[in-house]
Ligand binder design. Sequence first.
Ligand SMILES: *[C@@H]1O[C@H](CO)[C@@H](O)[C@H](O)[C@H]1NC(C)=O
Ligand SMILES: *[C@@H]1O[C@H](CO)[C@@H](O)[C@H](O)[C@H]1NC(C)=O
Ligand SMILES: *[C@@H]1O[C@H](CO)[C@@H](O)[C@H](O)[C@H]1NC(C)=O
Ligand SMILES: *[C@@H]1O[C@H](CO)[C@@H](O)[C@H](O)[C@H]1NC(C)=O
Ligand SMILES: *[C@@H]1O[C@H](CO)[C@@H](O)[C@H](O)[C@H]1NC(C)=O
Ligand SMILES: *[C@@H]1O[C@H](CO)[C@@H](O)[C@H](O)[C@H]1NC(C)=O
Length: 436
Amino acid sequence: MEGAGKHYGILLALSLAIITGALPCCSSQTTRKFQFNIEWKKVTRLCTTKQLLTVNGEYPGPTIAVHEGDNVEIKVKNQIAQNTTLHWPKHVSIRHGNRHFPDHLATSEIPIVFGEWWNEDPDEVEKRMMLTGAGPDSSDAYTMNGLPGPLYPCSNQDTFIQTVEYGKTYMLRIINAALADELFFAVAKHTLTVVEVDAVYTKPFTTTSITIAPGQTTTVLMTANQVPDFTGMFVMAARPYLTSVFPFNNSTTIGFFRYKNAKTSTGKPPVDLSRLKLQNLPAMEDNAFATKFSDKIKSLASPQYPCNVPQTIDKRVITTISLNLQDCPENKTCSGYKGKSFFASMNNQSFVRPSISILESYYKNLTTRSFSSDFPEKPPNSFDYTGGDPLTQNMNTEFGTKLIHTSWGLATGFIVQNGQGPSQSMLPPPQDLPPC
Ligand SMILES: *[C@@H]1O[C@H](CO)[C@@H](O)[C@H](O)[C@H]1NC(C)=O
Ligand SMILES: *[C@@H]1O[C@H](CO)[C@@H](O)[C@H](O)[C@H]1NC(C)=O
Ligand SMILES: *[C@@H]1O[C@H](CO)[C@@H](O)[C@H](O)[C@H]1NC(C)=O
Ligand SMILES: *[C@@H]1O[C@H](CO)[C@@H](O)[C@H](O)[C@H]1NC(C)=O
Ligand SMILES: *[C@@H]1O[C@H](CO)[C@@H](O)[C@H](O)[C@H]1NC(C)=O
Ligand SMILES: *[C@@H]1O[C@H](CO)[C@@H](O)[C@H](O)[C@H]1NC(C)=O
């Protein structure tokens, strides 16, 4: 996080699926072309209408489906006044013929993108955050494929409903595009089999619920094998996993799986929502569940998808990742925790964005002017990295634009050590974490 108060453009979440099945296959050098128009569109949620940033008028944005090895050419036309950043969460398909996921099992794919809705202009939320040093004001709703669902005011019509057929297995491609909240997701009565996280196959495991971090993708298989009640519907739900002192909205987005041909189905979500049971969904403070879940994520490490981790180490870097509480400058009001400002740092260095991008300055040989190469390769001061009371310690950080130089082609592996508390854990491990 930064305090500089600059505007860095708006982030659009799209989804990128590397697939092998559904596209005409597979000449060695296929180029797939896409045209994206970035444009404003009026959208109403929670009885509030506002302009929303869309790709080709879609919210959430479209899926890019390509084969591994394809070239992708995307023409982006920015039709709004601001600079914009596009972000593609990445998924891989479950390959046909892979013995772990036989063809007949996974029949169709269902994208489920979580997001957040602010009645206010999110740019204003960001500006205020930069000004006051507090976290962003919490959103008014979590959304599932852009829809908050009936637990929010004014939202009965804005509910995600997906039809499924009894006996079939579905591949749910889940993306967390919420701003900062890790989320729990579960489907009443159904179990989920996790097979992929962040575009890397995992050893399949079944679970009643998943934990998913912001920006993360997870693919789960779900078999529609339950007998529905008179509604013909099963609720699916997502809500935050409480991990920090940042303000957050204590609320739940829900949608429904509707069983096709269920005899008594009304085709509508149940009317009496107060009696709705969010089965399988962990409580927001359920640290034990989140820890157990992340412990289960392992590389597939099969002969076909081996876990290749570099065995020789050229350079070791120890990095502490911190959420800092910066003392408030004199004569300024800070609204972060305890009247201070939130910052983030690595090895006590909070990154200050250079006026020109790092790649551009590298290209133009301006490196010495915009940043220095003296990023600390270990924490400058040692402290109890796994515990202690943060509020009695000096939580300030230093600011700079420092880099570590590595030689071209150097492979990088991360080993992450968690602390004991819920706010001291990384969830889940990065895709290139060694143990397999
Ligand atoms: C967009 O970015 C370009 C290049 O960095 C910059 O020159 C321009 O001022 C920016 N425009 C806005 C509206 O921020
Ligand atoms: C959370 O969402 C609910 C439902 O939209 C809303 O009424 C409430 O104000 C939100 N809470 C916060 C802290 O913003
Ligand atoms: C969330 O809100 C509900 C109802 O207002 C309350 O019972 C519960 O304790 C809250 N949970 C958290 C984690 O704040
Ligand atoms: C803070 O305000 C006081 C009173 O107006 C002034 O004397 C002092 O110089 C200010 N300090 C800073 C760092 O601006
Ligand atoms: C940057 O430096 C390299 C090596 O000295 C040189 O080959 C290249 O032309 C320079 N690039 C620019 C844009 O000046
Ligand atoms: C980080 O830097 C700040 C500012 O120089 C300093 O006060 C603080 O003690 C440092 N903390 C650690 C853990 O090195």
